[in-house]
Design a protein around this ligand. Structure first.
Ligand code: NBP
Length: 492
């Protein structure tokens, strides 16, 4: 018996040959399938639990051409060749289970696309295994949540250039479009490059959110503004260089009033933030690659600290200043300084994130175009921002830019912001308002611009207790001082 579930909406599908298939029809997969269908593609749909497939067809079957399938065999049979099969299931073991279910049914040249939030190392392993079986595997970062999946996400595909040739035009069609009309998708690079870039995207997202949260706290405790007033400040900032989705939704959240209590919504939400894998992965990878992503790390740690309720309870009331809110013109002037501090810190976060992408690209031989990455983050994704246009321009002008801070425009902006940045951190420190993100960003900036770092002393200590040797500023070679003898120096 043919178990294909056809479009029940009064008509049979126009074709039994789908250009793309989506398996895994929870919130992301369902919306992605609808996005393909709304853009004119015939889409085969499948889910482990068939009721989800039927629900999609019943609710949205009239949005385009769907071919429902209850079995893996029917699903594969519904796809035109080379088959393009998108997996949108829970990342981890389920992805491997689904691959093992479908791969034996596929043929040379077929393409499996994993749109889940996979760790890039898993993607590298899967790509290698499937390549040996003649199947292209495209690990694809997708950002924008369920709304993005439906209306246009930012898409970060890895995998072979050959698979992108067949897949790219379809992804371009369903992706978000930047303000200049460019599709927010590019072939990021081979094997795990797409998922790696998606991981760093999420790390930057963590940092962006932490910096915004610190700005909010400063406006509340030091400027003495109410959440509603702070919402207005964010709305104003959103018309300038900080124009971004995250600033926009921050204003919405801050102006929201809890219906049950009449209090600002932000005051009735428990102050314990959650963290999923990708922010942590970004920091773990950065440690392995030796890339200082201190802003992203502080953002992950800040969420982690917020969740340690017992530790916080035990520490509440420890000595320290209580913020004395400003008022009137002084408060407004301080708010302007916070905007400068936020912007400068944001530049540093992106500098660190792009450094990690460059390091990953070099380590795994991905040849990632950093300007193209900035370009596809301009629309659809959570960190979409006007600012990304300028990052793209910086890398387009100089693809070998060693750091965003070396770009003249950004360097000038930081030069102009730094007085206020330091003033804000001074106020935060003296008034006891924690600003780990702002502080880490400024420390990174000051460390990079320093003529000499105390790492020289660190090297001396390491040589003292562990004979780890050191290099000198005036001569080539490695040296060791005989600390426990006559302190003479030997070349080693
Ligand atoms: P979930 O991550 O909640 O996964 C649910 C789907 O996985 C269902 O279709 C479920 O089938 C299927 N599944 C599981 Br669980 N185990 C399976 C197995 N062993 N074999 C076959 N199917 C299995 O769905 P989601 O929130 O839509 O996210 C999908 C992917 O997209 C995830 O990797 C997620 O990380 C990623 N992502 C999510 C977002 C977002 O904003 N939510 C954004 C970007 C990327 P069932 O119906 O039979 O249980």
């Amino acid at each position: 018996m043919d178990s294909a579930v056809h479009n029940e909406n009064g008509r049979l599908p126009m074709s039994t040959s789908a250009q793309i298939g989506v398996t895994g029809l929870a919130v992301m997969g369902r919306n992605l399938a609808r996005n393909f269908a709304r853009n004119g593609y015939a889409v085969a749909v499948h889910n482990r639990t068939a009721s989800r497939t039927r629900a999609l067809l019943e609710e949205f079957g009239d949005e385009g051409e769907f071919i429902g399938a209850e079995t893996a065999a029917d699903f594969v049979a519904a796809l035109e060749r080379p088959r393009r099969l998108v997996i949108m299931v829970k990342a981890g073991d389920p992805t491997d289970a689904v691959i093992e279910e479908f791969a034996p049914l596929l043929e040379d040249g077929d393409v499996i696309i994993d749109g889940g939030n996979a760790h890039f190392a898993d993607t590298r392993r899967r790509e290698r295994d499937l390549r040996e079986r003649g199947i292209h595997f495209v690990g694809t970062g997708i950002s924008g949540g369920e709304e993005g999946a439906l209306h246009g996400p930012s898409i970060m595909p890895g995998g072979s250039a050959e698979s992108y040739a067949s897949l790219g035009p379809m992804l371009e069609k369903i992706s978000a479009k930047a303000a200049d009309g460019a599709p927010c998708v590019t072939h990021v690079g081979p094997d795990g490059a797409g998922h790696f870039v998606k991981m760093v995207h999420n790390g930057i997202e963590y940092a962006d959110m932490q910096l915004i949260a610190e700005a909010y706290q400063l406006l509340r405790d030091v400027a003495g503004y109410s959440p509603a007033q702070i919402a207005e400040v964010f709305r104003t900032w959103n018309t300038g260089r900080l124009d971004s989705y995250l600033i926009e939704i921050t204003a919405e959240v801050l102006s929201h009033v809890d219906a049950a209590t009449g209090k600002p919504f932000v005051d009735v939400v428990a102050d314990q933030a959650e963290q999923k894998g990708t922010g942590r992965w970004t920091v773990q990878l950065a440690l392995e690659l030796g890339v200082p992503v201190s802003g992203i790390a502080e953002a992950v740690f800040a969420r982690s600290l917020s969740g340690h309720t017992a530790l916080r309870e035990a520490s509440r009331g420890l000595a320290g200043p209580t913020a004395q809110p400003l008022s009137g013109a002084a408060a407004d002037a301080f708010a302007d300084q916070v905007e400068q501090a936020l912007y400068a810190s944001k530049i540093v976060s992106y500098t660190q994130g792009f450094h990690e992408i460059a390091a990953g690209s070099a380590e795994y031989d991905w040849n990632i175009d950093l300007g193209a990455v900035a370009a596809i983050w301009r629309g659809g994704c959570i960190i979409r921002a006007a600012f990304l246009d300028r990052i793209r321009a910086a890398y387009d002008a100089r693809p070998d830019l060693p750091s965003l801070l070396a770009d003249e425009t950004f360097a000038t902006e930081i030069a102009e912001a730094q007085h206020d940045w330091r003033a804000v951190l001074g106020a935060a420190t003296s008034q006891g308002v924690p600003t780990p993100g702002f502080a880490a960003a400024l420390a990174y900036y000051d460390s990079l611009r320093a003529d000499r770092l105390p790492a020289a002393l660190t090297q001396g200590q390491r040589d003292y207790f562990g004979a780890h040797t050191y290099r000198r500023t005036d001569r080539e070679g490695s040296f060791h001082t005989l600390w426990s003898e006559d302190r003479s120096e030997v070349q080693v």
